[in-house]
Design a protein around this ligand. Structure first.
Ligand SMILES: NC(=O)c1ccc[n+]([C@@H]2O[C@H](COP(=O)([O-])OP(=O)(O)OC[C@H]3O[C@@H](n4cnc5c(N)ncnc54)[C@H](OP(=O)(O)O)[C@@H]3O)[C@@H](O)[C@H]2O)c1
Length: 247
């Protein structure tokens, strides 16, 4: 992260963060950027070896599990509290899945899977931690939405349903959390060059953005560090992020 004169080098020193989807792509970049900003990070993902590797590299905590499974979420949060000796100050919900199919060919299993991971998975974490955040009168939730949570793209029905849903939950949280000291902020990146696109090979298709035109995951991560570093009494409710040109 670039620092400017007068800017603290470690704006998140002493903070405890939990990042889902932290083994790859945007979540991995966020976990790294938060660590460099001084936070200690709990790393969530399904692959045990991958989670352990990232946690070790960052000097964070390894929390393998499936975000769509309520028992796993409860277990991961218990483990977080045990190893971090407290609840997170910052919750970043980046775990997500993405695939394309026109509505007429959409498999309902795939539709349900998008809702389970992208929407239910985030709500499970928020619901489990909110009472603790409210009791303490502080806590920052950063939801990783998408431009597809604001507008439709062909083939995105399952993904958009989950991301519009996430935006809906966030808008309700904004109302419910007003004046409590607990913040919810929604980051809505446009296409970002991560492994999420690998099965689609976007550079070989005219109907998908070219990887060179996409955001870098590090750009989304620096926006998350910026949001997390805002004074406690300030929030930026929605943050759309776009690439300004080819990288
Ligand atoms: N890439 C884009 O163009 C883009 C644009 C806008 C928004 N987003 C959003 O950004 C977030 C991250 O996407 P990405 O591009 O970084 O994707 P990615 O590279 O595919 O990474 C997805 C992460 O989510 C984890 N994950 C998936 N299912 C999970 C589950 N059931 N339980 C726990 N972890 C799970 C994966 O780990 P495991 O596989 O080990 O579980 C991985 O760490 C997603 O919410 C996505 O919708 C992405």
């Amino acid at each position: 992260m670039r620092t400017l004169p007068g800017m603290p080098t470690h704006p998140l020193a002493g903070q405890r963060a939990l990042v889902t989807g932290a083994t790859k792509g945007i979540g991995r970049a966020i976990a790294g950027a938060l660590t460099r900003a001084g936070a200690q990070v709990g790393v969530v993902g399904r692959g045990v070896a991958e989670v352990e590797e990232v946690a070790e590299e960052l000097g964070g905590w390894s929390l393998p599990g499936d975000v769509s499974d309520s028992a796993d979420v409860a277990r991961m949060l218990e483990e977080f509290q045990r190893v971090a000796e407290g609840v997170p100050d910052l919750l970043v919900l980046s775990a997500g899945v993405f695939s394309l199919a026109p509505v007429s060919e959409l498999s309902m299993a795939d539709f349900d899977h998008h809702l389970a991971v992208n929407l239910r998975g985030s709500v499970l974490f928020v619901q489990a931690l909110l009472p603790r955040f409210l009791e303490r009168g502080s806590g920052t939730i950063i939801l990783i939405g998408s431009v597809a949570g604001r507008r439709g793209f062909p083939g995105n029905a399952a993904y958009s349903a989950s991301k519009f849903g996430l935006r809906g939950v966030h808008e309700v949280l904004l109302e419910e959390l007003r004046g409590t000291g607990v913040r919810s902020m929604l980051v809505e990146p446009s296409a970002t060059d991560t492994s999420l696109w690998d099965p689609l090979d976007p550079d070989a298709r005219a109907d998908l953005p070219n990887r060179r035109e996409m955001l870098r995951p590090e750009a989304v991560a620096s926006a998350v560090v910026f949001l997390a570093s805002l004074p406690r009494e300030v929030q930026i409710p929605f943050l759309p992020i776009e690439a300004s040109g080819p990288s």
